[in-house]
Write a protein that binds this ligand. Structure first.
Ligand code: DGY
Length: 395
């Protein structure tokens, strides 16, 4: 293993903050240096191992900003608190790589970055839906290979989806944003599967239906599915937006795929382990009219054998949040979490959408609050507006 290079910004800063990857934008670094932090940034694309994380934490560290690709286990978080750190801030909204229960036991706040990636990730899921349904990757490969020899009536026929039935598994912020884009844009009936009813989404679709009726168009429907398999049987598109937990691992496996329509589209831009990749490869092999779009994989950056050879799959490398706006915003929120906890500021109110975190992104001065601490309530941290978020607000 070659020694990793580190860049040190504001070397005279009194608080030591370890950042495990270069982050986009400037505001995040301005926030940290204005709070008298010496910022140590790991260089290179390779993921920091547990040993490297612990070495980087060292004997004194006030905070760390880490990546979803790293293992922030109880042991590593223990090393962080032993070094005096007051916060671990994740550069992502998802935090299945962080042992939050251990952090809570250690009294360590865990920050994340909701709000800035809702529409961006939903949009990527929409892009994958149509790339798969309309066979864009196959068409692109055909053009590049010089295999397009003229328009033909039966060439690369896909699925229309317009006025079809859409299923979302997980109706939190990103799932609901994706559903709205698909329902409004393509007038699909919506079925959702979630442990909680999303009354806001239901009301939104009802209002949209009234709008369609007022314009002489057929309304759309929205219903919460009683069972996952009921949803899978009924839908032309199923997009997964559930959080990864022990219970949701391999939520979609062989039996679930077998329940889906012959020509359905499956999209996953959430977490790879929600889908049994080997089962998906087997299903796509035997069901050539079934299509899937994947942004995430069970064992990233690897893929299950056989996936790459299948034409009915569209594969992209975990691009859900990959817009300049969002990645810079995530950096700003991750840094704002650190600054707020180091300064002893309270936690911001519940984050429902972009408007809730906008003051952190472009105001002249960042609010004196931590945008999002996932274990704030368990740790009894004070909130700015006295408003407690629900668990799904933080996903
Ligand atoms: C997240 O923030 O959890 C995303 O997966 C990053 O794109």
């Amino acid at each position: 293993m070659t020694a990793r290079a580190w860049v040190i910004m504001n070397p005279g800063g009194v608080r030591r903050v370890v950042v495990t990857k270069e982050l986009p934008g400037k505001r995040w670094l301005q926030l940290l240096t204005a709070a008298d932090c010496r910022v140590e940034i790991a260089q290179g694309d390779e993921v920091l191992s547990r040993a490297e994380l612990q070495e980087a934490i060292g004997e004194r560290c006030d905070a760390a900003i880490g990546q979803l690709t790293e293992s922030w286990s109880a042991e590593t978080l223990g090393a962080l608190t032993a070094a005096g750190a007051l916060i671990y801030s994740q550069y992502a909204v998802g935090y299945d790589n962080v042992d939050v229960a251990a952090a809570t036991r250690l009294g360590l706040p865990v920050g994340n970055t909701p709000g800035v990636l809702t529409e961006t990730t939903a949009q990527l899921a929409v892009a994958l839906t149509f790339a798969a349904a309309r066979r864009l990757a196959e068409g692109d490969r055909m053009m590049r290979a010089g295999e397009y020899h003229g328009w033909l009536p039966g060439m690369l026929l896909g699925s229309l989806l317009y006025r079809g039935t859409l299923g979302i598994v997980g109706a939190g912020r990103i799932g609901a944003a994706y559903a709205r884009m698909m329902v409004e844009g393509h007038k699909m009936d919506l079925l959702y599967y979630d442990v909680r009813a999303n009354v806001e989404l239901e009301a939104y679709v009802a209002d949209y239906s009234a709008f369609l009726l007022a314009h002489g168009e057929r309304p759309v429907t929205c219903r919460r599915a009683e069972t996952l398999v009921g949803l899978l049987r009924a839908c032309d598109v199923v997009s997964i937006h559930a959080a990864l937990t022990e219970k949701t691992q391999h939520l979609i496996g062989g039996p679930e795929l077998a329940a889906m329509k012959e020509e359905a589209v499956l999209v996953n831009a959430s977490r790879g382990r929600l889908v049994d990749e080997a089962a998906l490869a087997a299903h796509c092999r035997t069901h050539p009219r079934f299509r899937a779009g994947l942004d995430v994989y069970e064992d990233e950056p690897a893929m299950a054998p056989g996936l790459a050879e299948l034409d009915n799959l569209v594969l992209v490398p975990h691009l859900g949040s990959a817009t300049t706006f969002t990645r810079e915003g995530m950096a700003t929120l991750a840094a704002a979490n650190v600054v707020a906890i180091l300064e002893g500021w309270p936690v911001w109110h519940a984050v429902a959408g972009l408007e809730d975190v906008a003051p952190f992104l472009d105001g002249p001065e960042s609010p004196h609050a931590a945008p999002s601490i996932v274990n704030a309530d368990d740790l009894g941290l004070p909130r700015l507006a006295g408003q407690a978020p629900t668990k799904e607000d933080q996903q």
